[in-house]
Every structure is written in structure tokens, then in C-alpha cells.
Design a protein around this ligand. Structure first.
Ligand SMILES: [Zn+2]
Length: 191
């Protein structure tokens, strides 16, 4: 599948989700059986752990269609980058979507700042650059979008595997924004 076709498939699935017209295909025993020998998801999604942001529903996909990496604030750290590298090397996933979402709790914690303990401090430190890159009057959702963009850059800059795949045109990485109320995904920076 070409990158443009993958994107179209995600957009079409999301349109069905928004309209309450989920097809819910490829989620049964027959599909499970067909996947026993392996997986070949068509897209990779890096998104937040937030329970309201579930890529398989949002894009109306079935088993084996999306390789999802979820971490609060959809950040690029060693573990999430390694997971994405695994998919790029071993499967034919050509499109990586970094999806932030409306009212992200991780982003608002990063804005609040303070000492949140070793583990959360590590995670929030990945979001701080997005806050610095935005103007003082930026809304949380401006920062969510900036964070997704900077995560796209991190994936490029912190991974030789992804950088090479980007340079030879075999993959594309794009940011996206999920609207909690409408269920719509905005691909706001497609070029
Ligand atoms: Zn979140």
C-alpha cells in the first residue's frame, strides 16, 4: 500500500468513527487465525495512553492493522523509538502517525511543572520543549500540537534507522490531533 493510500484509509476509518458508522471488521476468530503466522500492520500510531483515545476504534481498524505504541503524552523516548524501529524494520508499515489529543493530562502536568518524582519527571521532560517552543499565551491544545510535531522531529533525530528510512522515502512521519468530543482526527501538517 502506498503512503497516500494508507492515509486515505485512516481518514476514511475516522470518518466512519465520527459518524457512528463503525464497520468493526477483522476482529473475529477467523482474523485471529489468519494472523497466527505473523503480522503486517499498515500503519504505526504513537499516541497517548488516555483511555478516551483508542486508535483501533478511532480509525475503525481490526486486528493486525495498526501497530500502536502508547505512552502518556505520546513522547519519543528510547523504548517508544525502539518499538517503532522494530515495526519499520520487520513489517511493511510505511506511515507513522504521532497523535496528540485535546486536553492531554500529561501535557497539562508538564505545564504545571514541579517535582513529580523520578519516573514522571523523565516523561514530562520530553514535553517541556513543546512548552518552551510556544508563546506564553498558548493554550494547552497549542502545546499538544507542538508536542506532536517535536515528537516527529525526535523520531527523525534520535533514530538512525528511522532517519535512513525517511531519507530513502520508504516511510513518512506525520503529526495529528484528536478531538475528544467529535472524534475527529486532524492531520494538520501534511506536506
Ligand atoms: Zn494524553
Amino acid at each position: 500500500m502506498k503512503i497516500q493510500e494508507i492515509l486515505a484509509r485512516l481518514i476514511n476509518g475516522n470518518t466512519r468513527f465520527v459518524a457512528d458508522l463503525l464497520e468493526g471488521k477483522l476482529q473475529d476468530s477467523k482474523r485471529r487465525e489468519s494472523l497466527l503466522s505473523g503480522q503486517n500492520p499498515f500503519a504505526i500510531i504513537l499516541n497517548c495512553s488516555d483511555s478516551r483515545v483508542v486508535p483501533e476504534f478511532i480509525f475503525d481498524t481490526g486486528l493486525g492493522e495498526l501497530f500502536t505504541v502508547r505512552v502518556a503524552g505520546n513522547i519519543a523516548n528510547s523504548s517508544t523509538i525502539a518499538s517503532i524501529e522494530y515495526a519499520v524494520v520487520n513489517m511493511e508499515s510505511k506511515l507513522i502517525v504521532v497523535m496528540g489529543h485535546e486536553n492531554c493530562g500529561a501535557v497539562s502536568s508538564a505545564i504545571d511543572g514541579g517535582d513529580n518524582g523520578t519516573n514522571l519527571n523523565h516523561l514530562l521532560a520530553h514535553i517541556t520543549p513543546a512548552i518552551s517552543a510556544c508563546k506564553k499565551d498558548a493554550t494547552i491544545d497549542d502545546i499538544v500540537k507542538k508536542n506532536a510535531e517535536l515528537t516527529v522531529n525526535d523520531l527523525k533525530n534520535k533514530s538512525t534507522i528511522l532517519k535512513e528510512a525517511l531519507d530513502n522515502g520508504s516511510i513518512k512521519i506525520i503529526p495529528a490531533y484528536y478531538n475528544l468530543g467529535t472524534g475527529k482526527v486532524d492531520f494538520y501538517k501534511i506536506n
